[in-house]
Design a protein around this ligand. Sequence first.
Ligand SMILES: [Zn+2]
Length: 253
Amino acid sequence: MSTNKMNSQNSSIIQKLSSQTIKLRVVQPPINIKRLLIGYIDKYKGQAGIICVRSAEEGNALATYLRARHVNVAVSCAPDQMKDQIFITTNLANFRKCPVNVRFMIHISSPKSLGEYLLDIRSVKNDLPCEVILYFKQANTKKQWWTINKRIDIDNEEKIRQYNGLQSVAQYANTSRCLRKEIARYLGGDCHPCHQCSNCLYKGELDDITLESQTLIALVKLTHGQYNKISIAKIVTGSQNQRILENGAKIYE
Ligand SMILES: [Zn+2]
């Protein structure tokens, strides 16, 4: 690996990512975020995980949702109170002395920059394998750009710095290259492909949509092919479209 342009902090991040215990993932819509969270919580049942949110309101709403599903959740708790459970936080600084191994960390809101994201990754204790997941919605980045643009309390130079931060996250989330290589490139270095990030594993990580496919095929069969694909989509999403209601297709929902 080339480290001639990298400082020691950047080198330590790449070293951590090269340990093979950090498994980088990027997930984008149409994956449902709540289904994604429940999936990881079930996968690592009884072990610790971190969910990073943008605001306290978002964190409290998510905690209520998860507690209703009997998930043991702590919101912004102190390091000495940590045990194997799900932590919801807006600030990863609390986790820099985290005494428990975290098996997954999910950012459900985009970080302000890739640099900030890497600081979060650095904070995770990972003696055991840990999946580091970024749930990225391009539409949210556009909203963040819009919010920055409207601000009157910062000058143009600061706006450009914040735009560039968002752009670095978008570039990381949208690349088809190895995610570890993308981080190394961002830090001014290079490394070998990790062979275990979501991009490296892309061909082997196709979603199982057997059930959804079977449902759609059965629906087409039940309606004797009288609807086109747009109407079928409306039926499965519970549309109140007049023609669908008139033809009684609502019974197929
Ligand atoms: Zn990779």
